[in-house]
Structure formats: structure tokens, C-alpha cells
Design a protein around this ligand. Sequence first.
Ligand SMILES: [Zn+2]
Length: 114
Amino acid sequence: MIISCEKCGTQFEVRKNEIPKEGRNVQCGVCNATWFQKPFEKNKKNNSNHVSFHYFANFFLLCLILVSFVGIMETFRDSLLYNFPELDQYYKFVEMIIDRAFEEIKNLFSSFSI
Ligand SMILES: [Zn+2]
């Protein structure tokens, strides 16, 4: 971890085990100032992990909802198209997206196999 002198701002690299859980007094080797150094906070790292997990979970949920929606729309395609002919636009759009996705995957695989 890196700690910085509160007086002159000089930064020092210290090993994690050099600062105990309860903290300790340290002295700056440049200006001789002393201060109480608290241990490296794990919260920061945990928070960022938590945030990235949060985003991943949201993304996953969004994908799940999207796939469920498309699945439901596909299941009731015939009756939906019968009752709402304007949904034809939606199905054309989804087919285009799926076609493009498959095309991309095919390209990806063909580039790997060569
Ligand atoms: Zn200093």
C-alpha cells in the first residue's frame, strides 16, 4: 500500500503487514513528521467489487428479461401477428438482429478454425 506524509506529501510504499489492524504511529523519513496511520482500508476494494458485481447482475437481469420477452413474442407469434399486424415491424427487426448475431458468431468461429 502507499501512504503519504500528511505534512510534506511524500509517498511511501509500505507492506500491508507493517500497519497492524489497530493502526500505528509512523514517521516521515523526509520531514520527520509523525502521524497515526490507519491500516489499509479493504472497504474501497470491496466496494468496487460490489459495484462491478452490481452492474454484472443488472446486465444479466436485463439479458434475461430481453430473452424472455423475445421468447414470449416468438411463442405467440402467430396469434399476435393476427391480432396486431403492425407487430410485423418488430418481428422483422428481431429477425434482422438475430441474423446479424448469428453472422457475427459464424465469422468468429470461422476466423478461429483457420
Ligand atoms: Zn513528510
